[in-house]
Design a protein around this ligand. Structure first.
Ligand code: FAD
Length: 287
């Protein structure tokens, strides 16, 4: 890894649920004032509560009203080509910088459309139909839970990059050595795109244990101790979580990573405090 470049810093927000007040996204975005990301990514919901146009609308708001470049997520497995075109056209109208092409998780009782089996299929489709959009992709430092091994997952990741993904954003992890090991494997496999490290600040015990189960994120001893020590004291756990995430980021930047993607969980106060700790490690974005 090279340490002579300035790392990227980006944020992730999610649209409010269908019945939630639209204004909640403004609370999040207003609360992020003072934080200076290279881009903000906006997630795409697949559940029943999700509004299919919300990602495009919020992307448009972020770009127009806050003047920050946007990457819009799109999950593929329940889309046919018309559905994908509809979403991609809306993203183009919102002038997003790129699309994070995902397969998405399976929703119980919902039959996949059978058009885009893997994220790489959507990536190839975007490349051929919407060449002006940059294609981003997800990667998994500890391996995707469905993959039989990390090396098999990295082989599949190479297919995604070969299909047209030019920038990767990682799943959350709590031990930097897992990410650094993954970067070595990815580079050995010939993946030479920028790879941003996904950091999710610890805010409560349930969240960490749940994410551990869902995405297989290993909980290192130091974090486990923190969770035990402050399991009944939300305020202290939150404070310790901010320190933990800040230390992870400072170490990753020192190790020369390409960038850091902070999962804000729509909690701007936590993001702001982390930015106060580590913001000076990043060059201001050139826009
Ligand atoms: P894929 O890249 O298709 O991988 C899924 C599995 O298939 C892996 O095991 C992989 O090894 C295997 N595979 C991939 N390509 C091939 C191939 N060509 N041949 C054989 N096997 C293959 N979910 C949402 O619903 N909305 C979001 O907005 C969202 N944003 C996310 C952002 C990030 C940064 C990350 C890390 C995850 C996000 N997710 C989101 C969750 C994501 O949808 C799930 O992790 C999902 O299970 C996998 O999606 P993927 O795009 O990584 O799938």
């Amino acid at each position: 890894m090279s340490t002579d470049h300035s790392p990227i810093f980006s944020l992730e927000v999610f649209p409010p649920k269908r019945n939630a007040a639209v204004g909640t996204i403004y609370d999040t975005l207003d609360g992020l004032q003072g934080v200076d990301p290279d881009f903000i990514s906006v997630t795409y919901g697949t559940g029943k509560q999700s509004d299919r146009t919300a990602t495009a609308r919020i992307s448009n708001t972020i770009r127009q009203e806050y003047d920050i470049p946007v990457v819009a997520h799109l999950t593929a497995q329940y889309l046919d080509k018309d559905g994908a075109d509809e979403a991609l056209d809306l993203f183009e109208q919102a002038k997003v910088r790129g699309v994070l092409a995902l397969r998405g998780d399976s929703v119980e009782g919902r039959e996949p459309a059978g058009v885009f089996e893997h994220a790489s299929d959507l990536a190839a489709y975007i490349r051929s139909t919407h060449p002006d959009l940059d294609v981003y992709g997800a990667c998994y430092p500890e391996g995707h839970p469905e993959a039989t091994s990390l090396s098999q997952d990295v082989e599949n990741l190479k297919k995604k990059v070969d299909a047209g993904v030019s920038h990767l954003v990682s799943q959350l992890f709590y031990d930097n050595s897992d990410f650094l090991n993954f970067i070595s494997l990815a580079r050995e496999a010939g993946i030479d795109t920028p790879i941003e490290a996904g950091i999710m600040p610890v805010m409560n015990v349930g969240q960490v244990r749940r994410m551990g189960k869902i995405c297989g994120a290993r909980i290192p001893h130091a974090l486990d101790r923190m969770l035990d020590r402050w399991q009944d004291d939300k305020k202290s756990l939150r404070a310790a979580g901010i320190v933990y995430a800040s230390q992870q980021i400072a170490d990753l930047v020192a190790q020369g990573v390409d960038g850091v993607h902070l999962y804000t969980m729509n909690h701007p106060g936590v993001t702001r405090r982390i930015w106060q700790n580590v913001g000076d490690l990043f060059e201001p974005p050139s826009r």
